[in-house]
Design a protein around this ligand. Structure first.
Ligand code: CA
Length: 450
């Protein structure tokens, strides 16, 4: 028996001898969508877009009504998610410009949750959109991921004939790169969302024998708006062409979620897999016909429509099913939760900003996960803080506002004049945390423009 234990310790790195409790080490699956609107899933109340598999996921897990991301555009939001740290701690405060800035990416001084989990013996994979730097020092395979399938740019066209175009001077040229698997360029046929699902199924089948971390980062429903007929024909009743394509793109993701969760069930992994589902930022209403109602604003803004996203956490047998959790949670919590369950501690020099959500979602801890949530975009003179039900914010194109985002989710009624002292207190709280941050390491080349 002792021999078996020793072998186990060697194989897994468990600290059995020290008396530490044995970590549970579930598989971790993070499914990220791109620019999905807050209202755009059945479980979020959508009437025109049916998402039966996402709805089932929500029915089997916890829907976080106040789930936030760390930024209102793609790249810094992903930097926050994967590091578990507020991205301004390392100066990550806008999307790198495609093509012009290949030297810009996620600081190599930062450690991703993939690296932490990889060190703990997890098989790690990222499938889909990377968007954390194009240079080889930022490549997913050197940022903690054993496996990468997808593209490193901020978006991609969805049809194979476009992959081959490689028109360098085309306005969408960064969306026309070849797909790759671990650095090897590939020729593909098929609809991109389906291809990413195919790769996810393959990764799970191959990784089922030890704990895995899969970050499945669909680029749908981000522009360009392209859907295959298989999905378009599901929405004959949506007359607006843009909205119909958007619905079809989301429907392809929904099918993918259905296939992935069915495979986990088939392999007997449902009770050993913690699943997060969320969007990387609010819906880009002007560009992809997303719907963030009842929230105000959209992608890029610091109104709720830019920062609050559809957010589900599911773990069969460990988390309640079909319930809402209404206190604010963050994408920062994903790394903290996964690492706590895997028994991994962060580098003390770079502590996590997230918390282990498990005790909150089970009800074991009735407290609040976050004293506050904090945002900043210096290039836009923008900042925001949420504390309790209140949010104080400044967005460069609007007057500063103080909102009760519990009772006024649409941020229609600023309480600033009524409660100036509360607004001032929130501003001071924001400034105190701001002192811990650094300036953007790659400030905007043309300030104050989107
Ligand atoms: Ca996005």
């Amino acid at each position: 028996m002792r021999t078996v234990l020793c072998v186990l310790m060697l194989l897994t790195g468990f600290q059995l001898a020290s008396g530490n409790p044995q970590p549970e080490r579930p598989n971790v699956l993070v499914i990220l969508t791109d620019d999905q609107g807050y209202a755009d899933a059945g479980f979020q109340g959508s009437k025109d877009i049916k998402t039966p598999y996402l709805d089932r996921l929500a029915a089997q897990g916890v829907r976080c009504t106040d789930g936030y991301v760390t930024f209102s555009v793609c790249s810094p939001s992903r930097a926050g998610l994967l590091t578990g740290r507020i991205p301004q701690r390392f100066g990550y405060e806008r999307n790198p410009a495609p093509l012009r800035e290949p030297h810009v990416g996620l600081s190599t001084n930062e450690t991703t949750m993939a690296t932490y989990l990889q060190r703990a013996g997890y098989t790690t994979g990222v499938i889909g959109k990377w968007h954390l730097g194009l240079h080889e020092v930022f490549h997913p395979n050197v940022r903690g991921f054993d496996f990468f399938y997808g593209f490193t740019h901020g978006g991609h066209c969805y049809f194979p004939e476009e992959y081959a175009a490689r028109r360098v001077n085309h306005p969408d040229s960064e969306y026309l790169t070849s797909l790759e698997r671990n650095g090897e360029e590939l020729e593909e046929t098929g609809y991109l969302t389906d291809i990413l699902t195919r790769e996810a199924l393959s990764f799970i089948r191959q990784s089922k024998s030890k704990p895995f971390f899969l970050y499945l980062a669909y680029n749908a429903p981000h522009t360009p708006m392209e859907a295959s007929e298989k999905y378009l024909k599901r929405f004959p009743n949506i007359n607006d062409e843009g909205r119909r394509i958007y619905a079809a793109m989301l429907s392809a993701v929904d099918d993918g979620v259905g296939e992935v969760t069915a495979l986990l069930d088939e392999l007997g992994l449902a009770e050993n897999t913690l699943i997060f589902f969320l969007s990387d930022n609010g819906g880009a209403t002007r560009f992809n016909s997303a719907n963030n109602r009842p929230l105000r604003g959209a992608k890029t803004t610091f109104f709720e429509g830019g920062l609050r996203v559809p957010f589900v956490v599911k773990w069969t047998g460990r988390l309640p099913a079909g319930v809402d959790y209404k206190l604010p949670v963050s994408s920062l919590d994903i790394a903290a939760t996964a690492m706590a369950l895997a028994g991994v501690e962060a580098d003390p020099q770079r502590p996590l900003d997230g918390v282990n959500l498990l005790p909150y979602l089970t009800g074991e801890n009735a407290g609040i996960p976050h004293d506050m949530l904090w945002w900043r975009w210096q290039d836009h003179e923008a900042w925001a803080v949420r504390r309790g039900d209140h949010k104080m914010m400044n967005w460069h194109m609007d007057a500063p506002g103080l909102y009760n985002v519990r009772t006024d989710r649409s941020e229609k009624n600023s309480l600033l004049e009524r409660y100036p002292e509360q607004a001032e207190e929130l501003r001071r709280i924001w400034e105190a945390l701001d002192q811990q941050m650094i300036d953007p390491v790659f400030p905007a080349p043309t300030p104050k423009k989107h």
